[in-house]
Design a protein around this ligand. Structure first.
Ligand code: BG6
Length: 488
């Protein structure tokens, strides 16, 4: 499908997400020529602002957050598409103001970059102003709720006015080039496709480390914690793409049906096994990249008694045929030594070792998928060290086959995840968006873990900022005679 003209309405245009990500991404799409020339971008906030003031504000954001000098031609075309409407988003009677700004001949895309608590009001306001039609699309940002029950409330509110095929739930990890590449790697390469199960794979590691702390978002983050902020969505989505069965095609529901089956196969974690399967941590002060940083409880606005986790490590098992006996180890945290997201697939050892003289145990093959930064794919293999030896013994060395995106695709810029997702919404393709049943399934699995943590009354384990988390996370692996693969 091609990109048709649309009225792209950005609710919460003055908010952090819109400023940092959405407006710069729209600008990049303009630069690439991917926004239809008749498309309008309509910012919505509750402030009184003239169009000129809005355009100046957008320009300032793009200069600040796009990470490059403004391209005058692009800006000219882009700014001509901008429009602004003042709406008190909570006042459902105030949406009539839209009428003169939108055009029924264009598809309307409403991006709700607002607190989820007002999604219902926005939908209702649009309905009362008689703006909703069957072609309209609505984009929802996370967090969709705080647990299963609250996600249902929000999803029900939106479902009163929109059908599921009009609703685009964002998980921005699904727009990352390297996450999408998982589908290509797995299903376009028989080498991987035929070695992708419990017969060949020993275990899988998914690590999403961030060097940043909570960046002034204490209020939000402390209510959420790393489990709700990262695991419920991003990590479980990555896991689903790694573990899913081959879909019949690349259509939205074919892929989402398969991801849902994975989520349904997650073995429950509850008070019986919580201590064996999970580790939660909270950072204390330390040094990250040579800079001294405060602990979580010393951040501005902090409640010093907070027991919220900023790190999670867990052993996840899938009760299905393909993955029986293959653990997925997940870890994610703030204030780690560096920003790095990686998936490591560790293969089973060879049945018999011919090379005992140089390796008592042959190291396993590993497939590493570097999601960010330095996007790439790497396979560790054993290789003979070239050279003559006087005996039949061979000298082996662990080596790497390394595909670096920046070297292989030198002329391609790696687009921000939001660029990809905004484009997909404009094209009306739902494959990279999360379906309601996926959100609910993920929440119900996560709810049971959080409940078990709460009833255990154990505080999170401290770890120093700038380290890889509490030592218990190492112990979690060591109990299974495994260890975390160091980030490459
Ligand atoms: C967001 C979380 O969804 O993802 C943030 O709310 C986190 O806490 C961010 O920092 C990480 O995204 P990325 O793309 O930088 O890995």
């Amino acid at each position: 499908s091609t990109v048709k003209p649309c009225d792209f309405v950005l609710f919460g245009t003055k908010g952090d997400l819109a400023r940092r990500k959405l407006l710069p991404s729209l600008y990049q799409l303009e630069k690439t020529g991917l926004i239809h020339q008749d498309t309008r971008i309509i910012g919505v906030a509750r402030n009184e602002m003239s169009l000129d003031e809005y355009v100046a504000l957008v320009k300032e954001n793009i200069e600040k957050f796009s990470g490059e000098a403004l391209c005058q031609d692009t800006w000219q075309q882009f700014s001509a598409k901008l429009d602004y409407v003042k709406v008190d988003m909570k006042d459902t009677a105030s949406y009539g103001a839209f009428k003169e700004h939108v055009d029924a001949s264009r598809t309307m895309v409403c991006y709700l970059a607002t607190p989820p608590a007002i999604y219902g009001d926005i939908c209702k306001g649009l309905y009362q102003a008689d703006i909703i039609d069957a072609s309209m699309r609505v984009v929802l940002e996370k967090p969709i709720g705080h647990d299963f029950a609250s996600s249902q409330v929000i999803n029900d509110q939106v479902a009163e006015y929109f059908n599921e095929n009009q609703i685009y739930r964002i998980d921005h990890y699904l727009g990352k080039e390297t996450v999408l590449n998982l589908i290509a790697l797995r299903f376009a390469n028989s080498l991987f496709a035929t070695n992708w199960d419990h017969n060949c794979i020993d275990h899988v590691q998914i690590s999403v480390a961030e060097s940043v702390g909570i960046e002034g978002r204490w209020g939000y983050f402390d209510e959420a914690g790393q489990m709700r902020d990262m695991v419920q969505n991003h990590l479980l989505q990555i896991l689903s793409l790694i573990a899913m069965e081959p879909p019949t095609d690349l259509n939205a529901d074919s892929i989402r049906d398969e991801k849902l089956k994975v989520l349904k196969a997650l073995r429950p974690i509850n008070s019986h096994n919580i201590a064996d399967k999970t580790v939660r941590g909270q950072y204390t002060s330390g040094f990250v990249k040579g800079e001294e940083v405060p602990g979580y409880l010393e951040e501005p606005d902090a409640n010093q008694k907070s027991g919220t986790e900023t790190f999670v490590a867990m052993k996840v098992e899938l009760d299905n045929w393909r993955w029986a006996g293959v653990p997925f180890y997940l870890r994610t945290g703030k204030r780690m030594p560096t920003k790095s997201s990686e998936i490591v697939i560790v293969f089973k050892p060879q049945p018999h070792n011919l090379f005992k003289e140089s390796f008592k145990e042959l190291p396993p093959n590993k497939l590493t998928i570097r999601l960010q930064p330095d996007e790439g794919v790497e396979v560790t293999v054993m290789n003979k060290v070239p050279g003559l030896t006087g005996s039949s013994a061979m000298d082996l060395q662990k080596t790497k086959l390394n595909l670096s995106f920046s070297e292989t695709f030198q002329d391609e810029r790696i687009a921000d995840a939001y660029e990809k997702l905004l484009l997909e919404v404009m094209m009306g393709n739902q494959a990279l968006f999360v379906r309601r049943d996926e959100v609910e399934q993920a929440w119900s699995w996560v709810d049971s873990i959080i409940e078990a943590w709460e009833s255990s009354n154990e505080p999170p384990e401290p770890y120093q900022a700038g380290t890889w988390g509490p030592v218990a996370s190492i112990a979690l692996m060591a109990r299974d005679e495994r260890n975390w693969v160091e980030s490459s």
